[in-house]
Design a protein around this ligand. Structure first.
Ligand code: SAM
Ligand code: SF4
Length: 457
């Protein structure tokens, strides 16, 4: 991720590495804002950093274990810097910090501070204390961190590009049997409407154009406005009216919270992208029940039909877990059948990973690793075929893209299609950050090539 650069040549330096989901990317930006205010310049070179923050992910075992191998390398850097008389403060933040707390200090002696996701506003004090003693802060505080975190500078917003994330909801009360989120992020809370809108307006004023409203369960959003509950559809409508906002997205949603107003928003809110990431996890009702998802495959298909009726060109994306305890070949075939029936434009497939403290971790009908691997490969192949077919069907289509990132070739810029595909085109410098109409001319493995549509003179 790109962080703010400070002009002071001898400023202290911070290196932040983000793992996992978009919510962690947003949190890392907010921690960068805290560090910036404390006088730390951002650096991409970990070996130059006086302060190293790893923003961690606990969702699957591999994500969690990756942190310890990363910490092993950083420990060597810390020793090398110490030999030259330079101090390094090492911080573990994010969901591994929340879940493992003091255990991280025990497993890795180089770590100075462990801080959970609700306490980033306390970082300046915690870092000062961590220079004297090793510190763990994984409380769920009474104060709201969003009220106390500093806003990003205009330079920081510009450096992050035209796409901005804004967390509007945190935590989850759904307790899917496989998932650590309710334990690491706590119970579901929504930020007040006014504060979310102020944040969007500030980012738009500094140049952000595309906004993804984030939450572990974003469509459960119910922020207060003058003591009245406001749902996600109403929040999106208000956000669409903010000057500078060109496109809106939201992630991640739960099927149970796809209310009528949100479905209607896909027909009525013209800033809302025709793209919906709606995880289902499995196509088998038996497995969905065991996962405590509280919806069936046909409930999901009915939602897909209703959203498509509201917005016929919508692209669907999803998450799947293969090899959940007790999953049979027949259950897995039901997943493949559902994938074909929906025709996802893109989706993620994960091998089930038992997470300590979750109900599913106690199951005694675990699936053998080779079966998981084979099912994952089969599902991935099917999802890839659908993704490429969706991409191919885009050739000749026209739509709006906001370009901002440099491509590999001279003059080439990259932006996102309404359906979240990477699009590259040659764009005049004066049109960067504008919504420009393009026509897709070629499909590449991971992107679409486009030409600008010029209005007839
Ligand atoms: N809130 C979202 C939902 O309702 O599905 C997603 C949250 S989670 C951060 C992202 C994805 O990770 C999930 O949709 C699920 O597919 C996957 N995931 C969560 N726990 C997992 C586990 N124990 N093993 C494998 N994949 C897991
Ligand atoms: Fe985890 Fe999503 Fe289920 Fe909540 S709804 S427990 S975040 S998978």
């Amino acid at each position: 991720m790109t962080l703010t650069a400070s002009s002071a040549a001898n400023a202290r330096r911070v290196h932040i590495k983000s793992f996992g989901c978009q919510m962690n990317v947003y949190d890392s930006q907010r921690m960068a804002d805290v560090a910036d205010k404390e006088g730390y310049a951002a650096t991409d070179r970990v070996e130059d950093a006086d302060l190293v923050i790893l923003n961690t992910c606990h969702i699957r075992e591999r994500a969690s274990e990756k942190i310890y191998s990363e910490l092993g390398k950083i420990r060597e850097l810390k020793q090398a810097r110490a030999a030259q008389g330079q101090g390094t403060t090492i911080v573990v933040a994010g969901c591994v910090a929340q879940a493992e707390g003091r255990e991280i200090l025990r497993r890795q002696s180089a770590v100075d501070l462990v801080v959970g996701p609700q306490n980033y506003h306390r970082l300046p004090d915690l870092i000062a204390r961590a220079r004297v003693e090793r510190v763990v802060d994984t409380d769920f505080p009474a104060e709201d961190k969003f009220d106390l975190l500093p806003a990003p500078s205009r330079e920081a917003v510009r450096a992050r590009g035209v796409s901005a994330f804004v967390t509007v909801q945190e935590g989850c009360d759904k307790f899917c049997a496989f998932c650590v989120v309710p334990y690491t992020r706590g119970s579901e809370t929504s930020r007040p409407v006014g504060k979310v809108l102020d944040e969007i307006a500030r980012l738009a004023d500094a140049g952000a154009r595309e906004f993804t409203l984030l939450g572990q369960n974003v469509n459960a959003y119910h922020g207060l406005e003058e003591r009245r509950d406001t749902d996600l559809a109403a929040l999106l409508e208000r956000a669409a009216n903010i000057p500078g906002v060109l496109r809106l997205r939201y992630a991640t949603s739960h099927p149970l919270d796809m209310n009528e107003a949100l479905i209607r928003a896909h027909a009525e809110n013209d800033k809302l992208a025709p793209y919906l990431h709606l995880p289902i996890q499995s196509g088998s009702d038996r497995i969905l029940a065991a996962m405590n998802r509280r919806h069936t495959a046909s409930d999901y298909l009915r939602i897909v039909d209703r959203v498509r009726a509201a917005r016929p060109d919508i692209a669907f994306s999803s998450d799947f877990i293969v090899g959940f305890p007790g999953e049979t070949d027949a259950d897995f075939r039901a997943t493949l059948a559902l994938v074909d029936e929906v025709g996802f434009a893109s989706a993620y497939a994960f091998k089930y990973s038992a997470r300590p403290g979750t109900p599913a971790a106690a199951a005694n009908d675990a699936i053998a690793e080779d079966v998981k691997v084979a099912r994952h490969a089969a599902l991935f192949e099917r999802l890839e075929a659908l993704r490429l077919a969706f991409n191919r069907a885009c050739v000749g289509k026209r739509f709006g893209v906001v370009f901002d990132k440099r491509g590999r070739h001279e003059g080439q810029m990259i932006g996102r299609s309404p359906f979240m595909q990477a699009v590259n085109a040659t764009v005049p410098a004066g049109r960067i950050g504008e919504m420009v109409e393009v026509e897709i001319v070629e499909v590449r493995p991971n992107s679409l090539r486009a030409q600008l549509v010029t209005a007839p003179s």
